[in-house]
Design a protein. Structure first.
Length: 494
C-alpha cells in the first residue's frame, strides 16, 4: 500500500522544466494586446499583480502599478483603519475630481484665504455658504491686496460668475471647458452644492498614463488582502472602495475557509479572489462557493519555506495547469502567485492557463515598494520578507499568523518561540522604478507572444505549445561560456 503511494505519485513540473516552442507567426510583439481578466468582473491591461506583502504593496506600489496597467493588492499587516487609508490614497490619486475640497467663507478676510492657499499649497479656493458655491477666489486675485496690507473680505474680491461642471463630465470635456474659459479649476456641482473640484493639472497628469487601470469613475483600480475569517475588515475595505478583495491564506483548501468564503462574498460588493491553492479539488470546492477568481501557488515563492518546513507543495507550472483546467470550465480567472523570476516565466504561466501572475520578489526591489534602500558591499538592496517569516508575523499586527493558521500570544515575551515560520527574511537588489521593471517584464512577455503567434492573452493560453527540457537544456538556456561584463536590466546576475 505504501509502495503504491510512491508508484502512483504523479510527476509535477515547474518553470525550468519546459520551454515554449516557436511557431509560425504573423504577430509582431509591438502589436500584441496584454489585456486580461483578473476576476469575474474586472479586466486589467497587463497581466501583473503585486503581492499582498508588507515589503511589496502599500498605496505607492498600487498607484504605480495601476498607472502601468496592473493591479496592486494592499497587504494586511496593518490595522483595518490603516489599510482603509491606503485604499483611499489609491482612489484619491487616480481621481480627476478632488472630493475633499478645501473651501473658504465669503465673510472671511482675504488674508485668511491667502494663508490657507499657502499652507495647503493650492492656488485657488471655492467660496461656499452651507455647501452652496457662491464664488471662487485665486491667489492671483488676492496677492496684490495682501501685499498692500489691505484686508478686504473674500466676497469683495471673489469671482461670482463661476464656470462649473456636473459630476458626469468626462476628462476631455472638462479640459475643453477649462481652455475655452481660460480657467485652471472647475468646481463640480450637484443640486447647487459643491461636491468636488477638477483641475487642469490633474487632467493632464491622467493623460500621461493611457494604459492605466481605472474604475467606472476613472479612479485607479485597487485590491486588498483580507484574513480568511475577518469579515469586519472585509466590510470596511469594501466600503472604502476596494474593487477586489483577496482572501490571503497559505492553504485555501482549508474547508472552514472554503465555507466562509461564501459568507464573505455575500457581504461585499467587491469581487472576491481566494488563494492559495494548487489542486483540482481545491478549485472545484472554491468555485462551488461562487468566488470570482482563484490564486495558485503553494510554496513556489522566492522566500517561502513551506515546502521545506511542511514538506508540502506542488511545483508551480503543474499547479497552474491543474487549477486552470477546472477554472476554464467555469470561466473563472486564475492568478499564478509566486516563483516568477524572469519575464519568460510569466509567458509560461499564461501558456498553461494563468490569466495573470502575482509578483513579490521582482517588485520588492523597486523604489515604490515600502522600505528604504540599504547598501551592502557597495550595491543597493531593499528588504524583502515572507509574510510567514518571524519578522512579519511578530511585526505589524502579525497578519502572517492567521495566514498560516497560527496564533500569537501578544503578551508573551517569548512569542518568537511559539511560532513556526514558513518564510525567511532577506534583501533583493534595488531595481529602480516600477515603470522600468514593468517595461522589461511586459516587453519580454510581448516578445514571447510574438514567438508563439498569439495576439492576445486568450490566444496565448490556447495556442502556446511547450517542450519538456532536461538539465542540459536549462544549462544551454542561460548565458554560458563567457564572463558577463554588462548586466542586462532583464537578466540579473547577482
Ligand atoms: P515571489 O516568488 O514572487 O513570491 O517572491 C511571492 C508570493 O509568495 C507567497 N508568500 C509566502 N509563501 N511563506 C510562503 O510559503 C511566506 O512567508 C510567504 N510570504 C509570501 C505569496 O503568495 C506571495 O505573493
Amino acid at each position: 500500500m505504501y509502495r503504491e503511494k510512491l508508484e502512483k505519485a504523479k510527476t509535477a513540473y515547474t518553470f525550468d522544466d519546459f520551454l515554449l516552442v516557436p511557431q509560425a507567426s504573423w504577430v509582431e510583439p509591438k502589436d500584441v494586446d496584454t489585456k486580461t481578466r483578473v476576476t469575474r468582473n474586472y479586466e486589467i491591461n497587463i497581466p501583473i499583480l503585486s503581492s499582498a506583502m508588507d515589503t511589496v504593496t502599500e498605496a505607492e506600489m498600487a498607484i504605480a502599478l495601476a498607472r502601468e496597467g496592473g493591479l496592486g493588492v494592499i497587504h494586511r499587516n496593518m490595522s483595518t483603519k490603516e489599510q482603509v487609508e491606503e485604499i483611499k490614497k489609491v482612489k484619491r490619486s487616480g481621481d480627476i475630481t478632488i472630493r475633499d475640497v478645501i473651501t473658504v467663507d465669503p465673510d472671511a478676510p482675504i488674508s485668511e484665504a491667502y494663508e490657507i492657499m499657502k499652507r495647503e499649497n493650492i492656488s485657488g479656493l471655492p467660496v461656499v455658504v452651507d455647501d452652496k458655491l457662491v464664488g471662487i477666489i485665486s491667489r492671483r486675485d488676492i496677492k496684490p491686496i495682501v501685499n498692500s496690507k489691505g484686508d478686504k473680505k473674500v466676497k469683495e474680491v471673489m469671482t461670482s460668475d463661476v464656470v462649473t461642471v456636473p459630476e458626469s463630465i468626462t476628462p476631455e470635456e472638462a479640459l475643453n471647458i477649462a481652455y475655452e474659459n481660460k480657467v485652471e479649476r472647475l468646481p463640480v456641482v450637484k443640486d447647487g452644492k459643491l461636491v468636488g473640484i477638477i483641475t487642469v493639472r490633474d487632467i493632464l497628469e491622467r493623460k500621461k498614463y493611457p494604459n492605466a487601470c481605472r474604475d467606472e469613475e476613472g479612479r485607479f483600480l485597487v485590491a486588498a488582502a483580507v484574513g480568511p475569517f475577518d469579515l469586519d475588515r472585509a466590510k470596511s475595505l469594501d466600503k472604502a472602495g476596494a474593487d477586489i478583495l483577496v482572501i490571503d491564506s497559505a492553504h485555501a483548501h482549508n474547508m472552514r475557509l472554503v465555507k466562509y468564503s461564501k459568507i464573505m462574498k455575500k457581504n461585499i460588493d467587491a469581487d472576491l479572489v481566494v488563494g492559495n491553492i494548487a489542486t483540482r479539488e481545491a478549485a472545484e470546492d472554491l468555485i462551488s462557493q461562487e468566488v470570482d477568481g482563484l490564486k495558485v501557488g503553494i510554496g513556489p515563492g522566492s522566500m517561502c519555506t513551506t515546502r521545506i518546513v511542511a514538506g508540502v507543495g506542488v511545483p508551480q507550472l503543474s499547479a497552474i495547469a491543474e487549477v486552470s483546467d477546472v477554472a476554464a470550465e467555469y470561466d473563472i480567472p486564475v492568478i499564478a502567485d509566486g516563483g516568477i523570476r524572469y519575464s519568460g516565466d510569466i509567458a509560461k504561466a499564461i501558456a498553461v492557463g494563468a490569466d495573470a501572475v502575482m509578483l513579490g520578489n521582482l517588485l520588492a526591489g523597486t523604489s515604490e515598494a515600502p522600505g528604504e534602500i540599504v547598501i551592502i558591499n557597495g550595491r543597493k538592496y531593499k528588504q524583502y520578507r515572507g509574510m510567514g517569516s518571524l519578522g512579519a508575523m511578530t511585526g505589524g499586527i502579525g497578519a502572517g499568523t492567521d495566514r498560516y493558521f497560527q496564533n500569537i500570544n501578544k503578551k508573551s515575551h517569548m512569542k518568537h518561540t511559539k511560532l513556526v515560520p514558513e518564510g525567511v527574511e532577506g534583501v533583493v537588489p534595488y531595481r529602480g522604478s516600477v515603470k522600468e521593471v514593468i517595461f522589461q517584464l511586459v516587453g519580454g512577455l510581448k516578445a514571447s507572444m510574438g514567438y508563439c503567434g498569439a495576439k492576445t492573452i486568450k490566444e496565448m493560453k490556447e495556442k502556446a505549445k511547450l517542450v519538456r527540457i532536461t538539465q542540459s537544456g536549462i544549462k544551454e538556456s542561460h548565458p554560458h561560456d563567457l564572463l558577463i561584463t554588462n548586466e542586462s536590466p532583464n537578466y540579473p546576475t547577482y
